[in-house]
Design a protein around this ligand. Structure first.
Ligand code: NAD
Length: 300
């Protein structure tokens, strides 16, 4: 295999994560093309980039010149062949749906140059599920970012059994080059590292709550004081979003899991139906901005 040199990156999907990945990559001086299925969606992405410019200036002290240069490095396209014609790397951030992703990889494999490495940003699906469809299993792996990529700058990198070690290393290097902390994973694991830790943690906290063993504030206080963490599990639920927490539990509830059924009922009746969706609506287990757990007297 020739030396891998990544300069041109195509991000497929201009939604929540795709927009952030494109901006972060361009901010770190790569040439970026962002692809989505319609011009309307790409127009919304341009608005998103302007908002991200403000956020980067506020959160990471970026200069106006730097954010303007990042935007200038991003091209837009609704034509997959055109969007990928020079791609050294294609990062897929389209909806979390097996059928949609499979169909996408079949199309992508037909038009992208053979040299292009493909990465999926999927949160729950494994790269081996799509490796054949990519037409280049050895150049395919997962590169998983977190929401708010510029400050939650983790990159979980996970191959499938036939990913080339050289390609894996190239993606480790690429992730560092765009300001990420690279987190290599040696075997396929649903949920990577972060969600493998987080999911059972949040489930245990919700178990204590829905079974009336304690209340969210006391549970969070216990965790914050005893572990030294800045936030407890219910503060984290508000960050993740109550809808997402509910959807994850619905999947388990459908398999007959009793605890998940109780969690879904509680979240639907007392949170979702009341518009308490966490940080996105300013209300969840806490009220935002300035949630109680950030106040000085919270631990007293
Ligand atoms: P999203 O719904 O915000 O965006 C998906 C985008 O993909 C939309 O703009 C949609 O128009 C576009 N799209 C749909 N079909 C397409 C196709 N065939 N080709 C190109 N674009 C297409 O979704 P998201 O939250 O950005 O999630 C995208 C991926 O990133 C998922 O796999 C998800 O698991 C993963 N992810 C999401 C988060 C998160 O916090 N939202 C975090 C980490 C990883």
């Amino acid at each position: 295999m020739d030396t891998i040199n990544i300069k041109n990156v195509t991000v497929c999907g201009a939604g929540v994560l795709g927009g952030q990945i494109a901006f972060q990559t361009a901010f770190h001086r790569f040439n970026v093309t962002i692809y989505d299925i319609s011009n309307e969606i790409l127009e919304k992405a341009t608005i998103k980039f302007k908002l991200l410019s403000k956020t980067y200036k506020k959160d990471i002290s970026a200069t106006q010149k730097e954010v303007d240069a990042a935007i200038a490095r991003i091209k837009f396209s609704t034509n997959l062949k055109e969007a990928t014609k020079d791609a050294d790397l294609v990062i897929e951030a389209i909806p979390e749906n097996i059928r949609v992703k499979k169909e996408f990889y079949i199309q992508l494999a037909k038009v992208a140059p053979l040299k292009s490495i493909f990465c999926t940003n999927s949160s729950t699906l494994l790269p081996s599920m799509f490796a054949q469809e990519t037409g280049r299993p050895e150049r395919f792996l997962a590169l998983h970012f977190s929401n708010l990529i510029w400050k939650h700058n983790t990159a979980e990198i996970m191959g499938h059994p036939t990913t080339s070690p050289k390609v894996f290393e190239a993606i480790v290097d690429f992730s560092k080059a765009i300001g990420m902390v690279a987190l290599p994973i040696h075997k396929e694991q649903s949920g990577y590292i972060l969600n493998s830790l987080l999911a059972p943690f949040l489930r245990s906290a919700l178990h204590l709550y829905v079974n009336n063993i304690s209340d969210p504030e006391t549970i969070d206080k216990t965790w914050i004081k005893a572990s030294g963490s800045p936030m407890g599990p219910f503060g984290i639920c508000d960050v993740v979003g109550i809808t997402t927490i509910c959807n994850i539990n619905k999947i388990l509830a459908d398999t007959g899991d009793e605890l998940s059924k109780m969690i879904v009922k509680e979240l639907q009746e007392n949170f979702i139906s009341k518009g308490k969706l966490g940080i996105p609506t300013g209300k969840g287990f806490y009220n935002y901005p300035n949630p109680a757990y950030e106040q000085e007297d919270f631990l007293k």
